[in-house]
Design a protein around this ligand. Structure first.
Ligand code: NA7
Length: 539
C-alpha cells in the first residue's frame, strides 16, 4: 500500500505483539472494537521473540508468568519447568495467538515509525516503516520495556575479523561456539544466564565485568505431572492469591525486619530462600525491610557475598564477583541463575575487570582495554542491556496536541498519569510501562491488569459517546510526584540501574517503575475508574 491511499480505518492500533499487545487485541475484539497489532518482528512474542540467546529464561515462575484470563487456556497448557526457557514461552505465545484466532489482525514486519494525533478528528494517524498508514481512534503502545538493545559503544567492530552478537538480537539459527574463543561483555541477567551455557560449549570464555551484580540460584527443576495437576486443580486460588502480593506472583514473604532477629535466625531465613524455599526472587522477601533499610539490606548483601566466596575457588575471582558495598542488594535487577558462580571454577573461563581498565575498542583479533591489554577472540557477545522502559516509545515519532513530541515532553524522564496515559496525548495509552509496577512485578499479571482496566475504560467511553480521553496535566503532575516520593522511600534510586535510566550515557536519572506494589496500584486505578475516571477528561 502506498501512502497515497487513504489510511486503513480502525478503532485501535496496538503497537507490539508481545504479551501485552496480544491480550489487548483479544480484549478489544471481545467488546466489538476493530483493532490491528503492528509488530516490527517477523514473529509474535516481543521480548521472547528477540531474546533467543543460550540460557534465556524467565525469572518469574512459569505457572505465574502466564495468562489467567482463560480457564481453558491455563488448563490445557503444560509448563514443563519451574522457570520456562525462552523457546517454551515463545511456543506458548504462538499457541495463544492461534487458539484465539488472533493472527489475522496481527501485521508482522511492520515497524511503527510515527503516530500523530489529528485534533480535528480525535484520531491517531499511525505510519509504519513500509509506508502503511492507519487511522485509529486509539493508539495503544504495547511496546515493551526491554525492546531497544543498547548498541555496542566500541569502535573497531567493522575491522573485527570474528563474529559478534547482541543478546537481544540473537540469530534464529543459533550460534556455534565449539572451538571458539568467546568474549562476553555484561553481567546483568542476560550475561549471567549465558555464561554457564557458553562455557560448556566454547573453547574459552572471557567474561568482561564492569559491575558485579547479585545473583541468586533459580533452583530450576522440572514440574512433575503431580505438581501440575495440583496447581491446575486450584489455579483460580493461585491467581487470587497473586492479586494480594506485592509483585503479582506469590512468594512467601516474611513480615519481620532483618534487624529484629538474631544472627542465627537471619542466616537460617536466607539459607531457606537460597535453597529450601525454591530460590529466585524469594530472597527479596526474606525480610520486610530489605529494600528500605540499608542495615537490613547489608545483611542480605553479605549473605550473597558469603555464598560467592564459598562457591568460587580462586579467591581473587571470588572477590571480583562480590558486589561492592555501595550497590545495595536487589537495587539493580536481581539476577536469577543456574550455576553462574560455579562456572568460574572451570579451566576454560576467565573473569576480567573492565571497571578499572575499560574496554575501548575491538581490533581485528579481539578486544583491547584502555591500558592496551589485548584479548584474542573469535566471537564477541554483547549482553549490554537496553534503553529500558522509554526507549521503544521514544524511538517512535509520537506527536500529540499542538504537535508536541513525546520525546520532548519526556526529555527529563517519563511523565504519565497512572503509567497509562500522558497529558497532551489524548487517546494514547501505554501498557505496563513507566509509572506503573511494570518490571518490578510479574509482567503478565500487570499486563492483564492494564488491559482489563483500559478495555473497561474504552467501553465506558463508548457508552458515554466520548471521542476523546485525555489525562489532565494536574493529575499527571501529581502522579509523577507520587511515583518519585514512593521510590525515594526505598533504596532503589541509590543504584545505577536501568530502572533509573542510568545504564545509558545521557539518559535522565529518574526511577521509572512504580514501586508501591501491585495491590496498592490496583486499588488506585480501580478507584480512579469508579470515580468516573478521575484525572481524565472524557468528551
Ligand atoms: P542489564 O541488566 O542492563 O545488564 C547489562 C550489563 O552490561 C551490565 O552488567 C552492564 O554493566 C554491562 N555493560 C553495559 N555497557 C558496558 C560496557 N561498555 N562495558 C562493559 N560492560 C557494559 O541488561 P540484561 O540484558 O542483562 O538484562 C536486562 C533485563 O532483561 C533483566 O534485568 C531482566 O529483566 C531481563 P553496568 O552494570 O552498567 O556497569
Amino acid at each position: 500500500m502506498s501512502n497515497t491511499h487513504p489510511p486503513v480505518e480502525l478503532d485501535a492500533v496496538i503497537v507490539g505483539a508481545g504479551f501485552a499487545g496480544i491480550y489487548q487485541l483479544y480484549s478489544l475484539r471481545r467488546i466489538g472494537l476493530s483493532a490491528r497489532v503492528l509488530e516490527a518482528g517477523e514473529g509474535v512474542g516481543g521480548t521472547w521473540f528477540w531474546n533467543r540467546y543460550p540460557g534465556a529464561r524467565c525469572d518469574v515462575e512459569s505457572l505465574d508468568y502466564s495468562y489467567s484470563f482463560s480457564e481453558e487456556l491455563q488448563q490445557e497448557w503444560d509448563w514443563k519447568e519451574r522457570y520456562a526457557p525462552q523457546p517454551d514461552i515463545l511456543r506458548y505465545i504462538n499457541h495463544v495467538v492461534d487458539r484465539f484466532d488472533l493472527r489475522r489482525d496481527i501485521q508482522l514486519n511492520a515497524r511503527v515509525t510515527s503516530a500523530i494525533f489529528d485534533e480535528t478528528l480525535d484520531r491517531w494517524l499511525v505510519t509504519t516503516e513500509g509506508g502503511d498508514r492507519f487511522s485509529a481512534r486509539y493508539c495503544i503502545m504495547a511496546t515493551g520495556c526491554l525492546s531497544i538493545p543498547q548498541a555496542p559503544t566500541f569502535s573497531g567492530l567493522d575491522v573485527f575479523k570474528g563474529r559478534w552478537y547482541h543478546s537481544a538480537n540473537w540469530p534464529h539459527e543459533g550460534v556455534d561456539f565449539s572451538g571458539q574463543r568467546v568474549g562476553l561483555i555484561g553481567t546483568g541477567s542476560s550475561g549471567v544466564q549465558m555464561t554457564p551455557e557458553i562455557a560448556q560449549r566454547a573453547k574459552h570464555l572471557t567474561v568482561f565485568q564492569r559491575t558485579a551484580n547479585y545473583s541468586v540460584p533459580a533452583q530450576n527443576e522440572p514440574i512433575t505431572p503431580e505438581q501440575l495437576a495440583e496447581v491446575k486443580a486450584n489455579y483460580g486460588a493461585r491467581r487470587e492469591r497473586a492479586l494480594e502480593t506485592h509483585t503479582g506472583h506469590f512468594l512467601i514473604a516474611n513480615d519481620k525486619s532483618a534487624m529484629e532477629v538474631s544472627e542465627e535466625e537471619r542466616r537460617k531465613e536466607f539459607e531457606f530462600r537460597w535453597k529450601g524455599a525454591g530460590g529466585g526472587f524469594r530472597m527479596l522477601r526474606a525480610f520486610n525491610d530489605l529494600m528500605v533499610n540499608k542495615q537490613s539490606n547489608d545483611k542480605a548483601a553479605e549473605f550473597v557475598r558469603s555464598k560467592i566466596r564459598a562457591t568460587v575457588k580462586d579467591p581473587a575471582t571470588a572477590e571480583l564477583l562480590c558486589p561492592k558495598e555501595d550497590l545495595p542488594f536487589g537495587t539493580k535487577r536481581l539476577c536469577v541463575d543456574t550455576d553462574y558462580y560455579q562456572t568460574f571454577n572451570r579451566d576454560n573461563v576467565a573473569l576480567v575487570d573492565v571497571k578499572t581498565d575499560p574496554l575501548v575498542e575491538a581490533t581485528p583479533g579481539g578486544l583491547r582495554t584502555q591500558s592496551g591489554q589485548e584479548y584474542p577472540l573469535d566471537i564477541i557477545v554483547f549482553a549490554t542491556g537496553f534503553d529500558a522502559m522509554t526507549g521503544a516509545l521514544k524511538s517512535i515519532d509520537v506527536r500529540g496536541v499542538g504537535g508536541q513530541h513525546l520525546r520532548d515532553k519526556w526529555e527529563h524522564g517519563p511523565r504519565t498519569y497512572l503509567g497509562l496515559a500522558v497529558a497532551g496525548f489524548p487517546n494514547l495509552f501505554i501498557l505496563a510501562g513507566p509509572g506503573s509496577p511494570s518490571v518490578l512485578s510479574n509482567m503478565v499479571h500487570s499486563i492483564e491488569l492494564h488491559v482489563n482496566w483500559l478495555t473497561q475504560c474504552l467501553q465506558d467511553a463508548r457508552a458515554k459517546g466520548a471521542r476523546r480521553i485525555e489525562a489532565q496535566q494536574q493529575a499527571e503532575d501529581g502522579w509523577v510526584q507520587h511515583v518519585n516520593e514512593v521510590a525515594d522511600r526505598t533504596l532503589y534510586p541509590t543504584a545505577n540501574s536501568w530502572y533509573m535510566g542510568s545504564n545509558m550515557p545521557g539518559k535522565p536519572r529518574v526511577f521509572m517503575p512504580y514501586v508501591a506494589g501491585v495491590p496498592a496500584y490496583r486499588k488506585i486505578v480501580n478507584e480512579v475508574a469508579a470515580d468516573g475516571y478521575r484525572g481524565f477528561e472524557m468528551a
